[in-house]
Ligand binder design. Structure first.
Ligand code: ATP
Ligand code: NCN
Length: 194
C-alpha cells in the first residue's frame, strides 16, 4: 500500500509556503507521496479573483515537476461544487482504494475549524491527518489535540499567502522569491492577477 498525503487547496497561485510543507511532509513523515488536490470551489471561500481550474493546475504542475514524490491532482474537477473533502475521499477510495492509503495534510489553522467540515467524524474514522504548525488565533479543540489519528509534524513556518501574492503583484511589487521560478514565469507570461 502506498501512503499518499492529500494537500487540498485553491492554489491561486501555489507558492513556496505550500511547496515547503508538501516537501517536508514527504521527506519527514511516513508518506510516500503528496498529491496537491486543486479545489475548484472551497466550501468556505468565495470565487473572487479565482483563476480557471486548469491554470491553477498548470501552476501546480510547474511547481512540482522536479519533485517525483509530489503530484498535482485534478480529481475534484468533475465532482459537484462546492467541493467537500469527504466526497472527494470517497471518490478516491473507489478509484485507488486497493493501491493507496490516503491521509490529509492540514495546517493547525484549518484544524481549529475542522469541526465545521462536512462529516468530519467520518473523515477522522477512516483517515489519518498530518498537521503542521501555523500562526493563527484560537485553540485546537482538546479532542483533536490528542486524537490518535492526528499526527503533529514540526514543519517550518512560512507565513505567506496567495492573497498577499496576488495583491502585491497587482501593485507592481516584485514577488518573485515567493514563487517557484517556473510558476513565476507562467504567471507573468499569462498576465495573471494584473
Ligand atoms: N504559507 C503557508 N504555509 C503553510 N500552509 C499554508 C500557507 N499558505 C496557505 N496554506 C494552507 O495551504 C492550504 C492550501 O492553500 P490555499 O491556496 O487554499 O490558501 P492560501 O494560500 O491561504 O490562499 P488565499 O490567500 O487565496 O486564501 C490551505 O489549507 C492553507 O491554509
Ligand atoms: O469538506 C469540507 O467541509 C471543507 C471545508 C473547508 C475546507 N475544505 C478543504 O480544505 C481546503 C483548504 O481550505 P481553505 O478554505 O483554507 O482554502 C479546501 O481546498 C477544501 O478542499 C473542506
Amino acid at each position: 500500500m502506498k501512503q499518499v498525503g492529500l494537500y487540498f487547496g485553491t492554489f491561486n497561485p501555489i507558492h513556496i509556503g505550500h511547496l515547503a510543507i508538501a516537501n517536508h511532509m514527504v521527506e519527514f513523515s511516513d508518506l510516500d507521496e503528496v498529491w496537491f488536490v486543486i479545489t475548484p470551489q472551497s466550501p468556505f471561500k468565495t470565487k473572487q479573483s479565482l483563476l480557471d481550474n486548469h491554470h491553477r493546475y498548470q501552476m501546480v504542475f510547474e511547481a512540482v515537476k522536479d519533485y517525483p514524490k509530489l503530484k498535482p491532482s485534478k480529481i475534484e474537477f468533475n465532482l459537484p461544487q462546492p467541493n467537500y473533502t469527504i466526497d472527494t475521499l470517497v471518490h478516491l477510495g473507489e478509484e485507488y482504494g486497493k493501491e493507496h492509503q490516503f491521509s490529509l495534510i492540514m495546517g493547525e489553522d484549518n484544524l481549529k475549524g475542522f469541526h465545521k467540515w462536512k462529516n468530519y467524524e467520518a473523515i477522522l474514522e477512516l483517515h489519518n491527518i498530518y498537521v503542521y504548525p501555523r500562526i493563527s488565533k484560537g485553540q485546537v479543540e482538546h479532542r483533536f489535540a490528542n486524537h490518535p489519528k492526528i499526527h503533529w509534524v514540526e514543519a517550518p513556518i512560512m507565513e505567506i499567502s496567495s492573497t498577499f501574492i496576488r495583491k502585491a503583484h497587482k501593485e507592481g511589487k516584485n514577488i518573485k522569491p515567493l514563487l517557484p521560478e517556473s510558476v513565476w514565469i507562467y504567471m507573468d507570461e499569462m498576465n495573471f492577477y494584473r
